[in-house]
Design a binder for this molecule. Structure first.
Ligand code: FAD
Length: 261
């Protein structure tokens, strides 16, 4: 199937992009790497009148260290992170996550902001960034505002974004020197979306003990402090298929073993 007709613009400034998106209302839509929106257009699941390509906007394309955080523009690609073309938060964590997303052709185009805005429950950044305690910088008609990622991902393919708002950037806290991180994914075939993802961050210097399970079919499951255990996860996932639940439990157990090693 071919997409329904649409217009395409690639503004060079954030102000122009915001003007186009706000004027277009629900009929205008941001386009980043097109790795999810492209198939949605082809299947006519999305039928925007106007696509506003955000990949030429400097404010969305850069990354920088800012105090105890790394700020990554929404249009930064997975490949740029994999290739260390942006600062890391420590221990090469972001690089390692990026390298496990799909395969290189997808990583060359797919962006961190697009992945968060799409909020596929099986995607990697929503789970990883929840575990890392990231903050999403949302841009609407006024000044940008910050939304904790646990509030930003509202459910499967649902976010806190309001019509006319975009993801401008993602702020990710740096790890302390003594932090331990584990990232454990199960994919049936290399490059496929995961059947389960377990991310664990133990950072005693910042008082953090956190585990997040992704690809459960819903928003990432967040466990903190004493909740971080396989038993609690099994309770939280009591409504899903028992075999899937078991697979998520095994992933968490293996991720916990990695941080304990
Ligand atoms: P687009 O497709 O351009 O946009 C996606 C949605 O986000 C659209 O609704 C768009 O309007 C909106 N959007 C884009 N940018 C913004 C913004 N800045 N602000 C607000 N809204 C915005 N991902 C994984 O995590 N793990 C995988 O294993 C994986 N496997 C994949 C395999 C294949 C074959 C493909 C095609 C994709 C796969 N992906 C996977 C998804 C991919 O990595 C991208 O992250 C994803 O497609 C979204 O990023 P994008 O930049 O392509 O966004």
């Amino acid at each position: 199937m071919k997409p329904a007709p649409f217009d395409y613009v690639r503004p060079a400034s954030l102000a122009e992009a915001m003007r186009l998106l706000q004027e277009g209302g629900g009929a205008a839509r941001p386009l980043a790497g097109g790795q999810s929106l492209g198939p949605m257009l082809n299947l006519r699941l999305a039928q925007p009148k106007l696509l506003v390509d955000v990949t030429g906007i400097p404010e969305l394309s850069g990354a920088a260290e800012r105090g105890d955080t790394v700020v990554i523009g929404a249009a930064v690609t997975h490949a740029a992170i994999e290739d260390r073309r942006v600062p890391d938060i420590g221990q090469g964590v972001l690089t390692r996550i990026a390298a496990t997303i799909a395969y290189r052709a997808v990583r060359n185009r797919g962006t961190m902001g697009g992945s968060l805005a799409h909020a596929d429950p099986a995607a990697d950044w929503p789970t990883a960034l929840t575990a890392l305690g990231a903050t999403v910088i949302v841009r609407g008609a006024g000044t940008p505002h910050a939304v904790a990622i646990r509030d930003f991902i509202a459910g499967p393919f649902m976010t806190a974004l309001q019509p006319g708002e975009i993801v401008q950037a993602i702020e990710i806290p740096k790890l302390s020197a003594s932090a331990r991180w584990a990232w454990y994914k199960v994919c049936r075939k290399p490059g496929e979306f995961a059947s389960t993802i377990a991310a664990v961050l133990v950072d005693p210097a910042r008082g953090i003990r956190r585990a997040v399970i992704g690809a459960t079919g819903d928003r990432p499951v967040l466990l903190e402090g004493d909740e971080v255990s396989e038993a609690t996860l099994m309770q939280r996932l009591s409504g899903i298929d028992p075999i899937d639940r078991r697979v998520h439990g095994v992933a968490l157990k293996r991720a916990l073993a990695q941080v304990a090693a």
